[in-house]
Design a protein around this ligand. Structure first.
Ligand code: TTP
Ligand code: MG
Length: 363
């Protein structure tokens, strides 16, 4: 008999080449070019890895995790950009707010992906596909980023489905189609199966998800231990009963804003900082948190991101502190550069609870 947990409808939404897509939307000159976003190490030129590449750059074989120097050899004409984490998290926060509005329950998995349980919002899988199109449209309209969506009756299959067609894809896998989808897949395509597990399973004569499904659960538990053995047995059959649920609290709260024109006029900048400070303060106050650090982000006209932080001698919980410290920090930053600001941001971090009890993420 089918349980309620087998009758859910879950969407997995994953942004396409996320960091690169954000960079492209910020800088229209990048359209049509191969773009790779690099995280440079302090070791200097050539060090550092590609965090992601847009789909044009992927055509030359550039991918996440590759060294930037190798990527440069593959496509010397590609544009290589440094990471702007604050910018990505800001866009991510806005997208997550949009997605959350469509869901009965919501679970953000990383900077660019989330699960939405939409069971009560739709009449069935066809309806869920329509909802997914509506979500893709709204994210594109409001945030100018494309995403790919997987629709299925559990998180495991929804997650795997979202990767089937990318970019800008939509893949629906109905319960009756799950085994046909899974059986031919290579083991590493199964969510949670890495190279080590694959090697171990290969030794047991298993090389596809379908073959894994034919192995006794007891044998898998013997080789991999209880938790992993049971998971492998269930995953190979497309079973996953885990709920879609909100994760721990955030470790920082921030806001960013784009100036109408690039500027270094202190009044204009202060006015925007104050608006953002108010917004950030409202969220801190709502959660009844104290903060220890205030940070400003400045994205200058050359699209580079700079941050300046100050850690307070005592945790604070007031708007004045956010306003004063963010203004000070931005003034110091502007004094040291001739560049104008394109975007600016304010955030606070280092949270503790007013009662002295720990926040969730300190456990
Ligand atoms: P992903 O969703 O894995 O990748 P992506 O969004 O860039 O591309 P896709 O269209 O295939 O979904 O990761 C999201 C972001 O996380 C990515 O834009 C950059 C960052 N990231 C890293 O910094 N290092 C990594 O190794 C990977 C895989 C991602
Ligand atoms: Mg992605």
């Amino acid at each position: 008999m089918r349980s309620k947990l087998d009758q859910r409808i879950i969407l997995h939404v994953d942004m396409d080449s996320f960091y690169a897509s954000v960079e492209e939307r910020e800088n229209p000159d990048l359209r049509g070019k191969a773009v790779a976003v690099c995280m440079f190490t302090p070791r200097g030129e050539g060090g550092g890895a590609v965090t992601t590449a847009n789909y044009t750059a992927r055509e030359s074989g550039i991918h996440s995790g590759m060294s930037c120097s190798k990527a440069r050899k593959l496509d010397p004409d590609a544009v290589f950009l440094p990471v702007n984490f604050d910018l990505y998290w800001d866009v991510s926060d806005r997208i997550m707010e949009i997605l959350r509005g469509f869901a009965d329950s919501f679970e953000q998995v990383s900077v660019d992906e989330a699960f939405l349980d939409v069971t009560s919002k739709v009449a069935g899988f066809d309806d869920a596909a329509k909802l997914a199109m509506q979500i893709k449209g709204e994210v594109l309209d409001k945030e100018r980023i494309t995403c790919s969506v997987g629709v299925a009756h559990n998180k495991l299959i929804a997650k795997m489905a979202s990767g089937v067609r990318k970019p800008d894809g939509l893949t629906v896998i109905r319960p009756g189609e799950v085994l046909g989808f899974l059986n031919p897949l290579e083991l590493t395509k199964l969510w949670g199966v890495g190279r080590k597990t694959e090697a171990r399973l290969n030794e047991m004569g298993v090389s596809t998800a379908g073959e894994l499904g034919g192995i006794e659960a007891a044998r898998l538990v013997e080789v991999f231990g209880k938790a992993k053995g049971v998971w492998l047995h269930q995953a190979s059959r497309g079973l996953d009963y885990s709920p879609v649920e909100e994760r721990k609290e955030k470790e920082q709260m921030g806001r960013m804003t784009t100036f109408e024109k690039d500027t270094r006029d202190l009044d204009t900048v202060s006015e925007k900082l104050e608006d953002m400070a108010r917004d950030v303060f409202a969220r801190v106050e709502e959660k009844k948190l104290l903060f220890k650090t205030v940070t400003v982000t400045a994205i200058t006209a050359d699209f580079r991101a700079h941050t300046r932080s100050r850690t307070l001698s005592n945790p604070a919980d007031d708007l004045e502190t956010i306003k004063r410290v963010s203004n000070d920090l931005m003034k110091i930053f502007l004094d040291g550069t001739d560049l104008s600001l394109r975007r600016a941001g304010v955030r606070v971090s280092g949270f503790s609870r007013k009662s002295g009890q720990k926040t969730l993420f300190e456990f």
